[in-house]
Design a protein around this ligand. Structure first.
Ligand SMILES: Nc1nc2c(c(=O)[nH]1)N[C@H]1C(S)=C(S)[C@@H](COP(=O)(O)OP(=O)(O)OC[C@H]3O[C@@H](n4cnc5c(=O)[nH]c(N)nc54)[C@H](O)[C@@H]3O)O[C@H]1N2
Ligand SMILES: Nc1nc2c(c(=O)[nH]1)N[C@H]1C(S)=C(S)[C@@H](COP(=O)(O)OP(=O)(O)OC[C@H]3O[C@@H](n4cnc5c(=O)[nH]c(N)nc54)[C@H](O)[C@@H]3O)O[C@H]1N2
Ligand code: SF4
Ligand SMILES: [Mo]
Length: 894
């Protein structure tokens, strides 16, 4: 039998890369090879490290395999009836707004469409919000205010063809790696192309930048307000475009002039040097082909929408929109955040890019759906929704494909809300997440490799996701579960879809229904596709109206916008700073974001041992000056306290953050570490227009943690480490690896006591190997059962680097341990093994020590490093980091 190959789309970031997967012959073929799709216009064959590691995440020991009600496995029938009965009861007793969906930019467009239709047309509530509220909401409102529609004007080629690229609040090198590599390649080809990074923190993205503008957190709008003001002085306004295609220039310009009257006032507001700001102004003035590319550093802010419009104002004023190599380009984070926006999956949208405020829209959608209970006004946005839950107003919530116990700000509030809610339904692929732990009903969902449907990437490109493997256990598609509940509620005829193709056709038909060019989102060409056509769908950029099957590369080329008069709108912006500012009690500003090799709450990337090597533990980046003042050492445990809660993280001393500022990644949940969920610290401050939380900003205090000992526990079976102050489980293939911190005073006896929690091994022959040094206070214990290593515990007063990889590999060794092996285990390393150091290249597992050694032996470029160690030669995600190892930065852009 020959293996078959299928084309699908990567489930991670909004770049939306095409993936080829070779389907295994049988379920026992563990790893189906995954490669980049050479024909996909997002990536042309390349994949970053997360995409390349997809095969490792396909099988998980922790899949949710059956529906559960109150902790008991039940049939789908019973679970669906439980849910439908409760929804019917609360709607009858309290009205439709007592029910809510909380969805995700990671479900497929077809899942999203039916959820939105059920809530807004049939149950009668617009309480359909999503984690895109935490992600894209400000960008959506910014576009809608300016263009009358949520339309991304640009495409990926514009990023390669512009002459100036301003990257604002984006660490694309880690978060949109394939786009970043396309940009880096363009810069290498045309070194005269300028790149500016605006970010309070120095990131890997800065490696290709001609200038890094390390602004004060939240001050972005002032940069663009000043650029607008200077555009007039420099005479680069596009007077014709302003006159013929826009409204509101005078007010916006007057406001920009009064907000940022001088170079010195603007530079002071943003905390940058006048020289740097002036340099940006010069480049802006000289470069018609400018793209401004923005992400969460812009969106996740109490003034996120204003920041977006400050950017868009500059592009409208100079006519730098709707032409090749220019435009305000908001990049989407999740693989289908854009698809969610298309179906109307936010509480203040209706459907198909219509909202409640659009005259006639509600009636149009009602007619199209034949909806019996049409919602009539905006529903609750995410943070308000969870507050309404805590107040007892929302009584049933159905959470699908998101982990709000980790990702929403103020975890304690989210917990209170879910505890108060009468019925919490969670649809997830995983059995154990911080949110499934709060559920009354669990629906087992199929995951990426099992689902069929469509997703839309950051450049409006719709691609097929194709099912590769059979669903495990009783797992079902999300759209199916929604339709079953809908049918059980009595809405049979409107939800009797047989497959996703029927749903997609209906979604396409609604987009075209009585549209006639009035609405941007029109994919009417697809409304009558056959199953075969749907299966063969090639990636295409919307709009794809009837008669334009090739789709649309770029928007607004004709200068017409989707406002009532067809003109774009300037918005007068007064730049403002984040709501909470530092104070003596809370002197540090906490910034949060992503690391290269993990995805969100680690439910998928946490399954790939190789991806854990880049960043094994949750950390906080602290400037060395602050660390010294607070007696915090590198790698030591630090407590971060905010008015809302506290977390424990490992210190990473770094000049990438400014003094008085710290940065922590968002990925670690209670499944991976006992006390490191950073959302515990983030207040529920939101943008007044978009409702998007200011997740990039919290005020905290830092404390060194005293009287502790650090350790490492390696075990053949999972352990419950309840006596620890801190533990973090590091994903590993051979066994269980925990990094641990205990209160001081661990003795051999207490450490051995951990063993009591292991399964009964009384029939086995067990012995302990022990080493302790009273002077260095080191204790090392190894338990050998039937001549094989089963548990290992190291404890010492300082955070030490230990070769956990080698130690854990000893768990898998089948042969009897020799005297030499036993000694090496207690020492922590065999004499003849090269220490790799921190893994930099995940694809080939090349570590910092190996790279340093190669450089010491004369290697002096990234290419030569690749030739010698292979690092950086597969996905290229580590190239920015490799470059930093090269002395004097002799390399140009990679
Ligand atoms: N590896 C990886 N990639 C991902 C994801 C992931 O989890 N892991 N998630 C995906 C998703 S859903 C999203 S939304 C994207 C997010 O992609 P990005 O937005 O690129 O990622 P973040 O790290 O959240 O934040 C970007 C930067 O904003 C900066 N920042 C903080 N405050 C400010 C500010 O006030 N102004 C400016 N200008 N910058 C500021 C931070 O220092 C940070 O470097 O990534 C996507 N890609
Ligand atoms: N402090 C701070 N907080 C943040 C951010 C930040 O930068 N700083 N970023 C915010 C942003 S931009 C985002 S996008 C969010 C992300 O945060 P979340 O959405 O909470 O994170 P995920 O880990 O992606 O959660 C997805 C869940 O869905 C499950 N799942 C995966 N596929 C499917 C499927 O097909 N069906 C179903 N039913 N389940 C599935 C996964 O197992 C997982 O439990 O975090 C936000 N929170
Ligand atoms: S850049 Fe990486 S994570 Fe994003 S879609 Fe492409 S392969 Fe997937
Ligand atoms: Mo996101």
């Amino acid at each position: 039998m020959t293996a078959t190959s299928k084309k699908t789309t990567c489930p991670y970031c909004g770049v939306g890369c095409g993936v080829n997967v070779t389907i295994p012959h049988s379920v026992d073929d563990i790893v189906p090879p995954v490669s980049g799709d050479l024909e996909h216009p997002a990536n042309f064959g390349r994949l970053c490290v997360k995409g390349s590691s997809l095969a490792q995440t396909l099988r998980s020991d922790d899949r949710l395999l059956t529906p559960m009600v109150a902790g008991q496995a039940v049939s789908w029938n019973e679970a669906v009836e439980t849910v439908a009965d409760k929804i019917a009861q609360v709607v009858k007793d309290h009205g439709p707004d007592a029910f809510a969906f909380y969805l995700s930019g990671q479900i497929l467009t077809e899942d999203y469409y039916v959820a939105n239709k059920l809530a807004k047309g049939f149950i009668g509530t617009a309480n359909v919000d999503t984690n895109s509220r935490l992600c894209m909401a400000s960008a959506v409102v910014g576009y809608k205010r300016a263009f009358g529609s949520d339309t991304v004007p640009c495409n990926y080629e514009d990023l390669e063809r512009c002459d100036l690229l301003i990257m604002v609040g984006s660490n694309a090198a880690w978060t949109h790696p394939i786009l970043y590599q396309r940009i880096a390649a363009a810069k290498k080809q045309r070194p005269e192309m300028k790149i500016v990074v605006i970010d309070p923190r120095e990131t890997a993205t800065c490696d290709i930048a001609d200038m890094h503008l390390a602004i004060k957190p939240g001050s972005d709008a002032a940069v663009f307000s000043y650029l607008l003001k200077c555009s007039a002085q420099a005479g680069i306004l596009d007077e014709g475009f302003i006159a013929n295609h826009t409204n509101g220039f005078d007010e916006a310009f007057a406001q920009a002039k009064s907000s940022t009257p001088t170079l010195s006032s603007a530079a002071a507001f943003c905390g940058v040097s006048e020289q740097d700001l002036n340099r940006l102004v010069g480049w802006w003035n000289d470069t018609p082909k400018t793209v401004t590319f923005y992400s969460q550093g812009v969106n996740q802010s109490s003034s996120g929408v204003d920041k977006c419009n400050a950017i868009i104002n500059c592009h409208l004023a100079t006519g730098r929109i709707g032409v090749e190599g220019a435009g305000p380009f908001s990049i989407t984070g999740q693989p289908n955040a854009m698809g969610g926006r298309e179906v109307g999956g936010l509480a203040n949208q209706l459907a198909a890019h219509m909202d409640f405020a659009t005259p006639g829209a509600q009636e149009l959608v009602q007619r199209f759906w034949q909806a019996p209970n049409m919602a009539t006004e905006n529903g609750l946005k995410a943070v308000d929704l969870f507050q309404a839950m805590e107040e007892g107003k929302v009584k049933v919530v159905w959470i699908m494909s998101t982990n709000p116990m980790v990702s929403l700000p103020d975890t304690a509030q989210v917990r209170r809300a879910l505890e108060k809610c009468e019925l919490v339904i969670v649809s997830d692929c995983k059995a154990h997440t911080d949110t499934t732990a709060m559920a009354d009903v669990l629906f087992p969902a199929t995951g990426w490799s099992e689902k069929d449907g469509t997703v839309t990437n950051s450049e409006r490109r719709i691609s097929r996701q194709r099912g590769l493997l059979p669903a495990p256990g009783e797992a079902k598609h999300d759209w199916w579960a929604i339709c079953e509940v809908a049918k059980s509620l009595g809405f049979q005829s409107a939800f009797s879809y047989r497959n996703v193709h029927e749903i997609f056709n209906e979604h396409a038909a609604l987009s075209a229904f009585e549209n006639n060019g009035r609405r941007d989102f029109d994919i009417g060409h697809f409304s009558q596709m056959t199953q075969e056509e749907y299966d063969a769908l090639v990636p295409v950029q919307w709009p794809v109206p009837k008669g334009r099957p090739e789709g649309t590369k770029r928007m607004f080329e004709d200068g017409r916008f989707f406002t009532s008069d067809g003109r774009a709108r300037f918005v007068a912006i007064s730049p403002s700073l984040p709501q909470h500012q530092a104070s003596p009690a809370w002197p540090f500003t906490l910034n949060t974001g992503r690391v290269r090799d993990q995805w969100h709450t680690m439910t998928r990337t946490g399954d790939a041992a190789s991806l854990a090597k880049h960043t094994a533990q949750p950390y906080v980046e602290i400037h060395p000056k602050d660390a010294k003042r607070l007696s915090i050492e590198d790698k030591s445990l630090v407590r971060l306290v905010s008015p809302l809660g506290q977390v424990l993280l490992k210190a990473k001393l770094s000049r990438a953050v400014a003094p008085d500022n710290v940065f922590a990644p968002i990925h670690w949940t209670q499944q991976f570490a006992n006390a490191s969920v950073v959302s515990n610290l983030i207040p529920q401050v939101v943008d007044p227009l978009s409702g998007q939380p200011e997740s990039k900003h919290a005020q905290v205090r830092l404390e060194a943690v005293a009287d502790i000992s650090y350790g490492l526990v390696i075990s053949a079976v999972p352990l419950t480490l309840s006596d620890c102050l801190y533990w973090c489980q590091v994903p590993s293939e051979q066994g269980y690896h925990y990094e641990v911190v205990w209160p001081k005073g661990q003795t051999q006896a207490t450490l051995k006591a951990m063993d009591l929690k292991l399964p009964d091994q009384s029939h086995d022959v067990a012995e302990w190997l022990e080493y302790s040094n009273p002077i260095t206070q080191q204790i090392r214990l190894a338990k050998v059962v039937n001549q094989r290593l089963s548990l290992l515990v190291y404890a010492h007063p300082q955070p030490e680097s230990i070769m956990a990889d080698w130690l854990i590999s000893q768990l898998a060794i089948n042969t009897t341990l020799s005297m030499q092996d036993r000694l090496a285990i207690l020492v922590g390393t065999p004499a003849n093994i090269e220490e790799k150091g921190e893994i930099i290249c995940s694809c080939f597992q090349v570590g910092s020590k190996q790279i340093e050694k190669a450089i010491a032996s004369g290697v002096c470029s990234v290419d030569e490093l690749g030739g010698k160690l292979k690092c950086g030669t597969n996905c290229g995600s580590c190239l920015p980091e490799l470059k930093r190892f090269i002395p004097l930065n002799t390399e140009l852009a990679v």
